[in-house]
Design a protein around this ligand. Structure first.
Ligand code: PLP
Length: 379
């Protein structure tokens, strides 16, 4: 059995040992309920405050602007529904055609109940047009929801400019920053965002913890009612995971985004080696403005599902798109929106992480060359 090579870090990441170390005492001896009034609970509450500080620092936010949730999907839905509840007389929302399912499915629901949604188009590189955004705004627009970076092609979107447009037009602005966290420094004040979501399991915590940033002063109506999180998100706090995401945030700031240099070096080397050794390769996305770890590539005539399965037999994990859609045979909505020729060029997504090495990249490329040639010969 080959050693596993995990190149699917946009789907999820391995839990960091330091993160786990921070969490373990709260699964073992420190199991008190932070809402209890005795010391055993109060100690835990103080630790939650510390974790909140760490996350706030990562985003340049105030502590009271940070709400712990169960995942970024919950954060996205909460943010959208909050905007809807805050603007009962408005019925129009603007988003993009390349958002994550948690945004798009919420939009579908809202359309079903009478809202109008404008899905901004993207060009063949997956880029949006700010003029189209400006033209889409009308007196009925209550929310603009645009992701910071795309999970499939890695495109980075002009969030600061979108924040300015939203502010100028007095429209709430939500940003899904899940894939950007840890790769792009984020300052919520600078980007003038009203709400922003992030997820722990993309930055080396276990799955099941998310963050919702809510700008101080923005009226807020919870999705899950209850007394926790200052009455903003009911449910006994997931203390060990909160400790984990606090530590993960602290580690990102300690590293000061240095990891990007390694990720970009490895990703660029991988793409260069692939292009030098395989004919008819397509690389999707905005190649000049992408996350440093992501590559969406296709090989003419090779079906990505077949490629994926053979690579898996070599112990290599990549994906055909977003993890949430991997069980659906439907082509990627992101690449469809880019008008990609998916019949001939069906993509695999390679997303690197901090544990990946140059040796793994070399093994991957070697195996990929063999597999693509084999699949092409079979035709
Ligand atoms: N938004 C984006 C861009 C994502 O890539 C993901 C997960 O893949 C999510 C939201 C959902 O995150 P979670 O798994 O924490 O719900």
């Amino acid at each position: 059995m080959n050693k596993q090579i995990y190149f699917d870090n946009n789907a999820t990441t391995k839990c960091d040992e330091e993160v786990l170390k921070e969490m373990l005492p709260f699964l073992e001896e420190n199991y008190g309920n932070p809402s209890s009034i005795y010391e055993f609970g109060k100690d835990v509450k103080e630790k939650i405050t510390l974790a909140r500080k760490q996350v706030a620092k990562l985003l340049n936010a105030k502590e009271k602007e940070i709400i712990f949730t169960s995942c970024a999907s919950e954060s996205n839905v909460t943010a959208i529904m909050n905007a809807v509840k805050n603007n009962p007389n408005k019925k129009h929302i603007i988003t993009t055609s390349v958002e994550h399912a948690s945004i798009l499915e919420t939009m579908k629901y809202l359309e079903d109940v009478g809202y109008t949604v404008t899905y901004l188009s993207v060009d063949n590189k997956g880029r949006i047009d700010l003029e189209e955004l400006k033209k889409s705004i009308n007196d009925d627009t209550l929310l603009i929801a645009v992701m910071m970076a795309n999970n499939e092609i890695g495109n980075i979107y002009p969030i600061k400019e979108i924040g300015e447009i939203a502010k100028k037009n007095n429209i709430t602005f939500h940003c899904d920053a899940v894939q950007a966290i840890g790769k792009i420094p984020i300052d919520v004040k600078e980007i003038q965002v009203d709400t922003l979501s992030m997820s722990g399991h993309k930055i080396h915590t276990p799955k099941g913890i998310g963050i919702l940033y809510v700008r101080d002063g923005l009226p807020y109506i919870p999705l899950v009612f209850g007394h926790q999180e200052n009455n903003r998100r009911g449910g006994t706090e997931n203390v060990p995971y909160i400790m984990g995401i606090g530590k993960a945030a602290e580690m990102i700031l300690e590293d000061n985004y240095e990891i990007n240099k390694k990720l970009k070096y490895l990703r660029d080397k991988l793409e260069k080696d692939v292009k030098e050794n395989i004919e008819d390769v397509m690389i999707y996305g905005d190649l000049d403005n992408r996350l440093p770890n992501t590559s969406s590539m296709a090989f003419k005539g090779v079906k990505s599902e077949e490629l994926l399965l053979v690579l898996e037999s070599f112990g290599i994990c990549v994906s055909t798109g977003s993890a949430c859609n991997s069980m659906i045979a439907e082509p990627s909505h992101v690449l469809k929106a880019c008008h990609a020729d998916l019949e001939n060029y069906s993509p695999i997504r390679i997303s690197l992480g901090k544990y990946n090495t140059e040796e793994e990249v070399n093994i991957f490329v070697k195996n990929l060359i063999t597999v693509v040639n084999m699949l092409r010969r079979r035709k």
